[in-house]
Design a binder for this molecule. Structure first.
Ligand code: UD2
Ligand code: MN
Length: 609
């Protein structure tokens, strides 16, 4: 049988088309496969490159340098390079790169801490570390310190071990939800949140380091596609977390011995306790751990700044022991532990806060006013590198600290917000602050108490300018146009001076004459410099210097009175405060003379005005 020629032709055509299609497909597949393998090769090459860089980093490390937390020093050219890096980054990064990434700190806790017995079964922790352009070796050291402190074989976990009768093996109960064979106890995970860093080593190289050097399945890195600021970065970490307790750390910390259990134990027994470890100073120049025996808690100024204060006497009595949870009116903000569910119930952070600053006081006031407690746990210690400036840029021309603090004041400080606006009149009714309605609703919903309640119950020691004063504001010497000014002098005892009066109330000129007769700013009181050689010095000549020192309320050395002649008289010495001759000069206490114009002072707000 013959097919008609026409049909034959069609079959051949179809065959050719099919062969063509098949050839194209095969070629395409080959091409794709090739491409895939070049991609795999590329990836391998990149990984090799990271590996090479990491090996180079590791070769740089000087064994034993800074071990235990002692000061590390370099000499010669290395020292100079170290200083240069510190000038640029506020941390001696050159030195950090040479100290072992997994150095351990000596156990410097109060010895009583080693005798505390903890429950074997404790909640699990998610440690959240956020960073934006932090020095690579410093970040890696932070991670190692958290990993190492949670290892099951650490000596401090030994007494929580129990012997399994059946197998005769020693086991640590750890967290029941955790694999008892896991090398870690209580530590569920570490979540790193990269707030859109631009430093390349914090990207692939860091991920490669974690993959190849650190324990598997313990550490996650979340990368934010754009810069969110530290509040939203922490919230991103908190959303991803699965542990019972959230523990936040800055990316330049080193956790101390057995720091986790005291936090987890306390939260297990008091769900609404928000805890801070005792924060030790890791020196930015030498990486020395400065572990003070004596610790402070958090205060604040009405300018909206966090300060460190001594533990109030009444709190020392209440807590009962040096290592007991110590109430703190505020927290520094970076290092704290909180029950995860409670964190969300209490309103996490104000999501409209951006950049840096203000969230720490906001959260502190919110905790106390809404029924929780904020406590320092002395047996949990973590080192932190306090830097003298921000090495990373913040969004240009935005004062995020000021705006965030205004948002905080609008929601939590009631009428006391006015004291903040006295310093920042530019922020009063400023649209930049944005809408805070949702935070006010939160306050309503949680039935939180007033700021007045906070001052009366939590922070009784706080000096409140306007409430506790005879007069406050600028102290102007009309004849010279100069005002009393603390001149931004730091230190234990710094002379009080004069400076041209500012139009608005600036912290350095914001002084008060308190009802108990102190001439003071929010933290320090004026007293006369004591001269051992000649206690009566000042009768003639130089006069006696006036120093700003810690207020003590005890003796009469810090008492002043305002005379009807507008003179400020030091009660004990009967001397009067006299303005210095030129801007920036110190004031002096001299014999009172009614006709001396330099001894007259006008107080902005006082009962007389
Ligand atoms: C303190 C707190 C800090 C924070 C801040 C107020 C301590 C020891 N530190 O200042 O945690 O509460 O007060 O806001 O309590 N970061 C970002 N994105 C940014 C800016 C910063 O992720 O846009 C990271 C940064 O890399 C660091 C952390 O946030 O890990 C805190 O910043 P910091 O160390 O500069 O703040 P610090 O310690 O001066
Ligand atoms: Mn920090």
């Amino acid at each position: 049988m013959h097919l008609p020629l026409r049909k034959c032709y069609h079959v051949i055509k179809l065959g050719i088309v099919l062969v063509l299609i098949l050839t194209i497909l095969t070629l395409f597949e080959q091409w794709r496969g090739g491409k895939r393998s070049t991609r795999a090769q590329e990836l391998e090459m990149v990984q090799d490159e990271f590996e090479k860089q990491i090996l180079e980093d590791e070769a740089r490390i000087i064994p034993g340098l800074g071990e235990g937390g002692v000061a590390a020093h370099l000499v010669g050219e290395a020292k100079r390079l170290g200083e240069e890096s510190e000038k640029a980054l506020a941390i001696n990064v050159y030195l950090s790169d040479r100290i072992a990434y997994n150095r351990t700190l000596r156990d410097y806790r109060n010895p009583a801490c080693t005798r505390v017995l903890y429950d074997a079964e404790l909640p699990s922790a998610s440690v959240i570390i956020i960073f934006h352009n932090e020095p690579y070796s410093v970040v890696v050291r932070t991670i190692w310190s958290v990993v190492n402190s949670a290892r099951r074989d650490q000596p401090w976990y030994r007494h929580a071990n129990f012997v399994d009768r059946a197998s005769g093996k020693t086991m640590n109960l750890g967290y029941p939800g955790q694999d008892p064979t896991s090398p870690f106890v209580y530590l569920k995970e570490i979540i790193l949140v990269d707030d859109n860093s631009t430093l390349p080593e914090l990207k692939g190289k860091l991920s490669h380091y974690i993959r190849t050097r650190l324990p598997p399945d313990l550490i996650r890195v979340l990368r934010l596609p754009d810069r969110q600021g530290l509040m939203r970065a922490r919230m991103t970490g908190a959303r991803a977390a699965r542990g019972d307790v959230l523990i936040f750390l800055d990316a330049h910390c080193e956790a101390g011995a057995d720091w986790l259990r005291p936090l987890l134990q306390r939260i297990r027994h008091k769900r609404d306790a928000v805890l801070t470890p005792l924060i030790d100073v890791v020196d930015q120049t030498t990486f020395q751990l400065d572990a003070a025996e004596h610790f402070q808690v958090g205060g604040f100024t009405f300018m909206g700044h966090f300060t460190w204060i001594e533990v109030p006497e009444r709190e020392k009595k209440r807590r009962g022991s040096d290592i007991a949870p110590t109430w703190s009116p505020t927290m520094a903000g970076g290092l704290f532990a909180m029950n995860r569910a409670y964190y969300w119930e209490l309103g996490a952070y104000d999501e409209q806060m951006a950049g840096w600053g203000g969230e720490n006081l906001e959260m502190s006031f919110r905790i106390w006013q809404c029924g929780g407690t904020l406590e320092t746990i002395p047996c949990s210690r973590v080192g932190h590198v306090f830097r003298s400036f921000h090495p990373y840029g913040l969004p240009a021309h935005t004062d995020t600290h000021g705006i965030n603090t205004a948002r905080m004041a609008e929601v939590w400080m009631d009428d006391y917000a006015e004291l903040f606006y006295l310093h920042r009149p530019d922020l009063r009714n400023n649209p930049k602050i944005g809408d805070v309605t949702h935070r006010r609703i939160l306050r309503e919903k949680l039935q939180c108490k007033s700021f007045q309640w906070y001052l009366d119950h939590v922070y009784k020691e706080k000096f409140v300018p306007v409430r506790d004063v005879y007069g406050f504001g600028r102290f102007t010497n009309p004849s010279s146009g100069l005002c009393l000014d603390t001149l931004q002098r730091e230190g234990e005892a710094s002379p009080l001076g004069v400076y041209p009066c500012h139009d608005t109330l600036q912290a350095t000129q914001y002084l008060s004459l308190s009802l108990s007769g102190e001439l003071r700013d929010e933290e320090k009181c004026a007293e006369l410099q004591y001269s051992r050689r000649n206690p009566d010095e000042g009768g003639e000549g130089e006069g006696r210097k006036v120093l700003m020192v810690t207020c003590h309320e005890k003796d009469r050395g810090q008492k002043w009175r305002y005379l009807s002649s507008k003179q400020l008289q030091h009660v004990e010495s009967q001397l009067c405060l006299e303005a210095g001759p030129q801007p920036g000069a110190d004031v002096a206490a001299r014999p009172c003379r009614r006709d001396a114009p330099a001894q007259r002072w006008r107080i902005d707000y006082s009962e007389d005005n």
